[in-house]
Every structure is written in C-alpha cells, then in structure tokens.
Design a protein around this ligand. Structure first.
Ligand SMILES: Nc1ncnc2c1ncn2[C@@H]1O[C@H](COP(=O)(O)OP(=O)(O)OP(=O)(O)O)[C@@H](O)[C@H]1O
Length: 262
C-alpha cells in the first residue's frame, strides 16, 4: 500500500492502517478517502465534532459495519499484514485481534468469571486451570483483580460502572488482541473512575495499540500520544498530540480544539 499522506511514523511501528477509506450508509457518504497509519503500542485519539464519523471509522476497522445492511466500504484497511476486507479474512478472527470497548459498559449477564472466560472458551480453552490463570491475568492487567478476586461467581451486572468498564477491558484483552478500539469509554464514568481509567489506558498502551474516540479535549491531550482530527468525514490533520494541540497545522483543527465550533 502507498504511504498515507498524513504518515508520521516509521512503517515498522504501524499496527493498523487505512488507505482511501470511504464509507456510505445507503446513498449518504459519511467517510471520505481516509488514509491513516496508527502507531503500534501508542494511544491515538480520534477527535472531531459530533457526527463527523469517528464511531463509523472505528466500526470499519473491525468490520462491525458489516452488521449494518446499508453500509458500503471502499478503500483499504490493514491490520498488521492482514487485509481486513480480503475475501479470505475471517471476521471473527479479525474481531479477536481488533477488540472494541463501547461508551456504555456491556458486560454479559453472566458471572464476572464467565464474562472473561467467554472469548477464551470460544477459542477452545477448556482446561479449568488454564482458564483460571488467563482470567486472573486479564483481570489483573485491567486493574480489577483486587476488587473481584473473592467474588468471581457474582453477576457482572452487580459491579459499578467503572468496574464494569474495566471488566469489559479484561474480557477484550483475555483473547490477546493487538488493537483496542475504544469509543468514548470513559464518558459514563464519574471523575474519579475516569482518572483511574485513564491510568489503565497508559498501562494498556505498553502492550496494545489503542485508538480512542473522545469528546473530551482535555482527555485527548492528557492521555494520547497521537491525535487524528476528523471533520465532515474527512481526516483533516493527524500528528503528535502535543504538536497538534499547541500548534495545529490547519485552521479547522485550531477552531475545533479552541472550542470555536463543535
Ligand atoms: N447505522 C447508521 N445508519 C445510517 N447512518 C448512520 C448510522 N450510524 C451513523 N450514521 C450517520 O453517520 C454519520 C457519522 O456518525 P458517527 O456516529 O460515526 O459520528 P461520530 O463522529 O461518532 O458522532 P458522535 O461524536 O456524535 O458520536 C452521522 O451523520 C450519523 O447520523
């Protein structure tokens, strides 16, 4: 694939890339020719006004838009060496490699243990000991183990929202993804849980590539290494977060981050 015009990183560090990615819902085009290289093991924030296509872009990356009958995609998405839209790409494998966390925590109505075991069992992990070890490792990495170790058989729905969001992260990382797509994952959390969650994002970025949609500019500036600004379904600017926030290259970016619109 040719290099993205907005490329800011060495190709060896790219975990996921899009080339001229466009998306339509029926006749309406909502993404136009997006070419983006997402750096590996870094946090990239996707920012932009409501309706600019941030969630739609995330859903193209693990092919969740396949579930929307009228959605049509053009252009390319690569995850590592895999062409996400190739005929022989297995969608369930792609979604294991590219996990997703939504705004509202969505634990299954199962026990805490079985939520994290879910994907592992689908992968064929059956032995109790291996399951338990991997569940503990995932819960520890998601900074939830200490709070749930003695109540793994309780319903996940009894956890607080902040705990549920960390459980969903544990569920996602238990199957060893490469990339986590996070769609406003902290917006339902209170300020203390949000701070805690942001610390967790930093921990996660040591091992995984994170792509984070956020409406909160302070959060984008605080937690992300790179930022991509979308407007009207187009990628307007992509770069190092500090540089983009202090010295935006485009007028539209400046207007957005200074709160002049959106
Ligand atoms: N399933 C769908 N069918 C048709 N149109 C859709 C669908 N989902 C989103 N859209 C439209 O696509 C455009 C982009 O929406 P999207 O949710 O991706 O934007 P966003 O930047 O994530 O917005 P927000 O910040 O408000 O969450 C919007 O105009 C929206 O109405």
């Amino acid at each position: 694939m040719p290099a993205a015009p907005s490329s800011v990183v060495d190709a060896s560090e790219v975990a996921l890339s899009t080339r001229s990615l466009s998306l339509w819902y029926g006749p309406r085009q909502v993404l136009s020719e997006i070419s983006l290289d997402v750096p590996a093991r870094r946090i990239t924030a996707l920012i932009g006004p409501s309706g600019c296509g941030k969630s739609s872009l995330l859903r193209c990356l693990n092919r969740l838009n396949d579930e929307i009958a009228e959605a049509r995609v053009a252009g390319g998405v690569r995850v590592g060496d895999t062409d996400a839209y190739a005929k022989d790409t297995l969608v369930h494998d792609l979604r294991r490699r590219v996990g997703m966390v939504f705004q509202k925590p969505n634990p299954f109505p199962l026990s805490i243990h079985d939520n994290v075991a879910y994907g592992l069992r689908l992968l064929g992990v059956r032995r109790r000991r291996e399951l338990d070890e991997r569940i503990e490792a995932a819960l520890r990495f998601a900074a939830l183990w200490d709070e749930v170790a003695t109540r793994l058989d309780d319903s996940a729905l009894e956890l607080s929202l902040g705990q549920q969001q960390r459980l969903v992260i544990a569920r996602a990382i238990a199957v060893e993804p490469e990339i986590l797509l996070l769609d406003e994952p902290a917006s339902a959390l209170d300020p203390a849980a949000t701070l805690r969650f942001e610390e967790l994002l930093h921990e996660l970025a040591q091992r995984y590539t994170l792509l984070l949609v956020t409406h909160n500019m302070q959060q984008a500036a605080r937690v992300s290494h790179f930022s991509a600004f979308l407007h009207g379904g187009r990628l307007i600017e992509f770069g190092d977060t500090d540089a983009l926030f202090t010295n935006p290259g485009q007028r539209q970016t400046e207007d957005f981050i200074t709160g002049r619109y959106g």
